[in-house]
Design a protein around this ligand. Structure first.
Ligand code: SF4
Length: 455
């Protein structure tokens, strides 16, 4: 097995994550998010009804996606923007580098967005000697520490105040005992300095509005608004699943997204941009790259396509007991937690990622909290089923199971001497059994015990 196989990363990551201090930090941070949600949800008279509305709306969007996408392209183009269609990550990266070359740029600013991780934008641009400036505070610190995002909404959730301080002190002239406010102000200043004269800003999108050709961006730090306004070119990379039919639908979707992200009634800064600026501040050019990356294939799965309703609030990640134990790096995937566990094998391939099927205890906490009522636990079970029936799961495990059934069905085999049974089952099949210890055989077989007691 290659050392960098996703399954190996998962196994090694889990071993590293089993650390008391790590557990405390991650449980404290996710616990705070859960408390925020509990406080925020009292603002709803009937949260379940609102979730039902969101569920219906997202389902409707996914079923009518073809028309919504075409309408979005028409309206966004009318607004002066350009829509580019990317089949996969390579297509998207080629489109981005073409725009960068056309603008003769040597640096870009970027927002905190998982889809930019999905296409591995940062590594790609750095290999092309394009400087990448992280504008989100957590991401900026992670960039300094050469670390990746740990949580979709709070990328540096695993770092304590002291660790943040140590990273900044090591890289800049910052006092070792700086307060959180001092660190935030310092990073803001550094980002502003590093972003001067950077002509291109690349972001994701929270929603795409089909009826008006709008791009919705929601955040708390205000960096997206600031750096897209300062840039000459704004490039949006969005999955085709980001589409919603109507601007009015935001009255349901935005408050639910904010509540489930971190307990707010509304995020501090919500921007709808309809294309390049007609006058005043704002980009002269705007591109939306619509990324498929196997999403249309996913649409053809009647059950599994439900995961495409996800609005990436991160709530299921924050409540997941598996995430709380193994952390964000162990998954070895760009989308993590329950939604990543469902999505990744379907987008990236069941063969390489079916190990994720075991990263779930089926406790149902993710289903309970999901604002768009995605039955994540059912979808994980369905993924397990797919992995077994399509033979894209663990073929060795399959063989083991069949051998075991054959063995257990034979009375003669079960009555064979203990050492033989051990040899056959434990030594031959043991290595395929996985991480758990194999159960021990009783010292006497059932027939032997029966004979001794009753005959
Ligand atoms: S699956 Fe539901 S809870 Fe999880 S990120 Fe998506 S919308 Fe949020």
């Amino acid at each position: 097995m290659m050392m960098n196989e996703p399954k190996t990363i998962f196994k090694q990551g889990c071993e590293v994550a089993f650390d008391e201090e790590h557990w405390q930090k991650i449980n404290y941070s996710t616990g705070c998010l859960e408390q925020n949600f509990a406080k925020g949800k009292v603002n709803y008279r009937n949260l379940d009804l609102e979730k039902q509305r969101a569920y219906t709306l997202r389902n409707k969007s996914m079923l009518g996606l073809e028309k919504l996408l075409v309408d979005f392209e028409t309206h966004f183009t009318e607004n002066g923007g350009k829509v580019l269609w990317a089949r996969n990550a390579d297509d998207a990266l080629t489109m981005i580098i073409d725009i960068i070359c056309k603008e003769k740029a040597n640096a870009i600013t970027r927002s905190n967005s998982t889809i930019l991780d999905e296409i591995e934008l940062k590594g790609f641009l750095e290999r092309k000697n394009i400087r990448v400036v992280e504008t989100e505070i957590g991401r900026f610190v992670l960039h300094m520490a050469k670390q990746k995002s740990y949580h979709p909404l709070s990328p540096s959730i695993h770092l304590s105040k002291e660790e943040n301080n140590a990273i900044l002190t090591e890289n800049f002239k910052l006092k070792p005992d700086s307060s959180i406010k001092q660190m935030v102000n310092f990073v803001r200043h550094e980002v502003a300095v590093e972003s001067q004269d950077v002509p291109i800003c690349i972001t994701g999108a929270n929603f795409l509005l089909s009826d008006v050709g709008g791009v919705v961006l929601t955040e708390n730090e205000g960096n997206i608004l600031k750096y897209t306004s300062m840039a000459k070119v704004h490039i949006v990379v969005a999955g085709i699943d980001k589409m919603i039919p109507n601007i009015d639908d935001l009255s349901v979707m935005l408050p639910l997204l904010s509540l489930h992200s971190n307990g707010q009634s509304m995020a501090s800064c919500n921007t709808i941009t309809f294309g390049p600026a007609k006058q005043g501040n704002g980009p002269e050019q705007m591109y939306v790259i619509l990324l498929d990356n196997n999403r249309s294939e996913l649409l053809s799965h009647e059950d599994q396509r439900k995961v495409m309703s996800c609005i990436h609030c991160g709530a299921c990640v924050s409540v997941c007991p598996i995430y709380k134990n193994i952390g964000g790096y162990s998954y070895g995937t760009k989308y993590i937690g329950p939604v990543g566990t469902v999505m990744t094998p379907l987008i990236e391939g069941l063969e390489d990622y079916s190990y994720l099927n075991s990263a779930c205890s089926l406790c149902g906490k993710c289903v309970e909290i999901c604002p768009v009522k995605i039955p994540l636990d059912d979808l994980i079970i369905e993924n397990r089923h797919l992995a077994m029936t399509e033979k894209k799961g663990n073929a060795k495990f399959d063989t083991m199971l069949k051998t075991m059934i054959w063995h257990c069905k034979s009375r003669k085999k079960m009555d064979s001497p203990l050492f033989l049974k051990k040899l056959e089952l434990k030594r031959l099949l043991g290595p395929l059994w996985g991480e758990r210890p194999m159960p021990e055989f009783a010292s006497k077989s059932f027939s032997q015990q029966w004979r001794e007691r009753y005959l």
